[in-house]
Design a protein around this ligand. Structure first.
Ligand SMILES: [Zn+2]
Length: 209
């Protein structure tokens, strides 16, 4: 093999962009040609090498596939949990407590599930960190909006709740809210953290910095 051809192939070899056959040709040649071996060593130790292409194509495809599986599995699980929440509401006697129990599961999961739509827009985000933080805030935002909607749905009125307010009354009201929404607060926290961690993982799989 001509040394000039090998010199052309060496940068591609170092960046991991050439085919198996070309790799073999380069390896065989530099094993027997001192001049090209030297050129190879100089190139591979040069500090300012900028890779011209990303990681090998095959690895990218596997990771794209994994990312799609992750997204689909999360969509499926969230939808299943919402179904469970709705079933709980349907199968228990009517009343405020019943509705709120189901709501405490359905609302945070819905916030999480809807925030997954943000994942389709991953390419517009500057970095993995910005993307995962936005996912967290979108989950939190949708969940809070849904809770506000639930206040209206169950005709809870904050100004009524706090109308005859003294300190003891305030504690009673807060205790009631914590009792009804406690699990919801906890699940909201859990799903916000999950949203951040999982979206960062998803971004990593797609090779986002
Ligand atoms: Zn040579």
């Amino acid at each position: 093999m001509n040394c000039e051809v090998i010199k052309d192939l060496i940068p591609l070899y170092i960046d991991g962009c050439c085919s198996k056959e070309s790799r073999k040709i380069v390896e065989e040649h530099i094993g027997s040609c001192k001049k090209c071996q030297q050129h190879f060593d100089d190139m591979s130790t040069a500090p300012d090498i900028i890779p011209v292409c990303e990681a090998p194509q095959k690895l990218n495809k596997i990771n794209d596939w994994k990312a799609s599986v992750l997204q689909s599995v999360l969509l499926f699980i969230s939808f299943a949990l919402i179904t469970v929440g709705v079933a709980i509401e349907a199968n228990t006697p009517l009343g405020l407590t019943n509705g709120l129990c189901a709501l405490n599961l359905v609302v945070p999961v819905t916030g999480f599930m809807l925030s997954l739509t943000n994942w389709y827009f991953i390419r517009i985000y500057k970095s993995r960190k910005v993307f995962s933080n936005c996912s967290l805030f979108i989950t939190l935002g949708i969940t809070l909006c849904a809770y506000i909607w639930s206040f209206a749905h169950y005709e809870l009125n904050l100004s009524d709740l706090f109308s005859e307010i003294d300190f003891i009354g305030f504690l009673d009201v807060m205790q009631g809210i914590l009792f009804f929404y406690g699990i919801g607060f906890l699940l909201t926290l859990v799903f916000c953290v999950l949203s951040k961690i999982l979206s960062a993982q998803y971004a990593k799989m797609l090779g986002k910095d």
